[in-house]
Structures are given as structure tokens and as C-alpha cells.
Design a protein around this ligand. Structure first.
Ligand SMILES: NC(=O)c1ccc[n+]([C@@H]2O[C@H](COP(=O)([O-])OP(=O)(O)OC[C@H]3O[C@@H](n4cnc5c(N)ncnc54)[C@H](OP(=O)(O)O)[C@@H]3O)[C@@H](O)[C@H]2O)c1
Length: 314
């Protein structure tokens, strides 16, 4: 192995150890605001990062609702955790299917009177390695952005009042950063519009992704100044990030006892089906920041983008 590769491997291993160490920091009692009555809903949780987030939240003693679009695999995943003595329930949920979201909303209201934590984890990506096909762009945008929005909008009215506040965490990606060194939108005006939280609107975000999809249909997206790698996925996560900031602004005026805090994070490049198991971070380590954000004590943060428990810029 050449020197450069060896250095990169060492760096990765060091990071892996650092993350593992962070995970061992106990959520000591004085920080603990949750109980076995606290209900956390995780989307796309039958495998990968979502499964791990569910597992870790349940291991912290919460009641977890593991959801999955396929009933069989979801029930199997729940069984594994229940056999380990964890308090995990299952319900079918396809985040792009309005009827499914509605049925889930009715069920969670009837069963638990609502929820306390929502983890928007479900997502898709169809390109691996250096591929950048737009064949599935519509599904990617519909799932990652509109699906996340569907669930957030449906769950906000069902968030149970609590002095600790409801929490929403969306699993996003650094690929969707507005101002990253690489892979950013080249249209400076659009970037500034998406960055300015005061003028940010749902219409602007929706129109941005719709314009991208129109260019995909017309075959002109390559000259559209969009992110250069995993373009459809990057646009979808950029929209999730912008939506997180917008929602934090909208939610900030809620009265005490009805607060809801919303954040997003990048789990890194993770060994899951999505990357063809080529990532270098385990799903366990990738789940850590989601769980940490969901269980933050009363030092409320909202509308931020995180990686490895640290705030990063959008
Ligand atoms: N892996 C990475 O390196 C990486 C990096 C950055 C961000 N992320 C994000 O992390 C999240 C989890 O990804 P992962 O790596 O764990 O991938 P994964 O193993 O492919 O898991 C994705 C999950 O989302 C579910 N899903 C897809 N479409 C859905 C829909 N319409 N409704 C409900 N569930 C749906 C999948 O269900 P099925 O089993 O039915 O397909 C699966 O359970 C995603 O949001 C992804 O974008 C991943």
C-alpha cells in the first residue's frame, strides 16, 4: 500500500475510534429527560442506519416505533429487537404514499396519543461509485425531499406537548451542502437565496427541485449548474437541509411546552445497502449523531446541520 493510502487509512481508523469513544459517553441521569413513555418514530428502519437508530433509542429505554414500507421485513426487524428485551413496535409506512402516511398518523394518535421524536431516515439513492445517472431522479427527489416533508408535516400536529420539546432529526448528507468546497450549486444567486433563512420559503425550495426535475426531463440538467456528483441525491439533500432551516424558523414561535426542535445531520459514508456496503463507517457509528440529537438535554438547538456530534455549515 502506498504512503498516501496508508495515511488515509490511518486517518479513517482514528476517526472511527473517536466516534466509538463518543458513543461510550453515558447519557447521565441529570441529562435524562426521557422515559419508557417517550415515543420515537423512525422511518425506513428495517435496515441500515434507521435500524441502528431504532436499536440505540430503544436501548436508551424509549418506546420506538420502527416503520418500514414492507411489512414482512419490518416485522422481522422488530422481532430481533423485541427478543433482546427492547420496547419496539412496528407499523407500515411508505413516506411517499399519502394514504400510508395518513393511516400511520391515525394509528400513532390512537395508540400513543402522538409522538415525541421523529427521525426522518428513509431515503434512496441509485448511483454507486462514479455513476451519475438521472434515471431515478424523480424517485430520489420524491422520496428524500417530498417524503421527508410529508412525514414532518403529518407528525408536527401529533407531537405531544412536553417541557423538553418535541424533536425532529433528518438524516441528510454533506453532498447537499450549499457552501461546501466541492459539489455545490454554481448559481450564486440561488445559493444566496437558499442560504438566507429569513427569505427562505417552501415555495423556493419546491421550485428549485421542480426546476431540476424539469431539466432532467428535458435533458438539460448537465448545463444547469447543479452539484456535480450524485446530482439527484445531492439536490434532494440540499432541499432537506434548506427545509430543516425553514422549519426551525417557523417552529421557533411555538409556546413553552409545545416547542419542537428540528435538526439534520450527515452520517458520513456508511456501510449499508445504499453504498453497496462500500462505506467506511458502520451503521452503529452512523446512528450516533441522530440519537444524540434526539436525546439532547435542555440546551435546545434547532435548525442546525451536524456531523459526528459537531455543528457544520450548511
Ligand atoms: N449510507 C450512506 O453512506 C449515507 C450517507 C449520507 C446519508 N445517508 C442517508 O441515510 C439514510 C439511511 O440510508 P442507509 O444508508 O441506511 O440506506 P439503506 O440501507 O438503503 O436504507 C434506506 C431505508 O429507507 C427505506 N425507504 C426507501 N424509500 C422509502 C419510502 N418511500 N418509504 C419508507 N421507507 C423507504 C428503505 O426501505 P426498503 O428496505 O423498503 O428499500 C430502507 O429501509 C438515508 O436518508 C440516506 O440518504 C446515507
Amino acid at each position: 500500500m502506498d504512503h498516501k493510502k496508508e495515511k488515509a487509512k490511518e486517518k479513517r481508523e482514528k476517526r472511527r475510534q473517536e466516534i466509538s469513544l463518543l458513543r461510550t459517553i453515558p447519557y447521565s441521569d441529570h441529562r435524562k429527560w426521557w422515559s419508557s413513555d417517550t415515543v420515537a418514530v423512525v422511518t425506513g428502519a428495517n435496515r441500515g442506519i434507521g435500524f441502528e437508530i431504532s436499536h440505540q433509542l430503544a436501548s436508551h429505554g424509549l418506546t420506538v416505533v420502527l416503520t418500514s414500507r414492507e411489512t414482512g421485513v419490518g416485522e422481522e426487524a422488530v422481532k430481533v429487537m423485541q427478543e433482546g428485551g427492547l420496547n419496539v413496535a412496528f407499523h407500515q409506512l411508505d413516506i411517499v404514499d399519502h394514504a400510508s402516511v395518513e393511516a400511520f398518523s391515525d394509528w400513532i394518535k390512537e395508540t400513543y396519543g402522538g409522538l415525541d421524536i421523529l427521525i426522518n431516515n428513509a431515503g434512496v439513492s441509485f448511483n454507486v461509485g462514479t455513476e451519475n445517472s438521472m434515471e431515478h431522479a424523480e424517485t430520489v427527489i420524491q422520496t428524500n425531499y417530498f417524503g421527508t416533508k410529508n412525514m414532518t408535516n403529518a407528525m408536527i400536529p401529533l407531537m405531544r406537548p412536553s417541557p423538553s420539546g418535541g424533536r425532529i432529526v433528518s438524516v441528510s448528507s454533506r453532498l447537499g451542502r450549499l457552501n461546501g468546497k466541492k459539489n455545490r450549486i454554481t448559481n450564486v444567486t440561488l445559493r444566496q437565496q437558499l442560504e438566507d433563512v429569513d427569505s427562505l420559503s417552501e415555495e423556493l425550495i419546491d421550485n428549485t427541485v421542480k426546476f431540476f426535475l424539469e431539466q432532467v426531463k428535458e435533458g438539460t440538467w448537465e448545463s444547469g449548474g447543479w452539484p456535480q456528483v450524485f446530482t439527484d441525491y445531492s439536490v434532494s439533500k440540499l432541499a432537506v437541509n434548506a427545509y430543516t432551516r425553514l422549519m426551525a424558523r417557523i417552529l421557533e414561535d411555538r409556546p413553552e411546552g409545545h416547542k419542537i426542535y428540528i435538526n439534520c445531520y450527515c452520517p458520513g459514508w456508511v456501510k449499508t445497502a445504499m453504498t453497496g456496503w462500500s462505506g467506511h463507517i458502520s451503521p452503529e457509528d452512523a446512528a450516533d449523531t441522530a440519537v444524540w440529537l434526539a436525546l439532547l438535554p435542555d440546551q435546545f438547538v434547532s435548525g442546525k446541520f451536524w456531523a459526528e456530534r459537531r455543528e457544520i455549515s450548511f
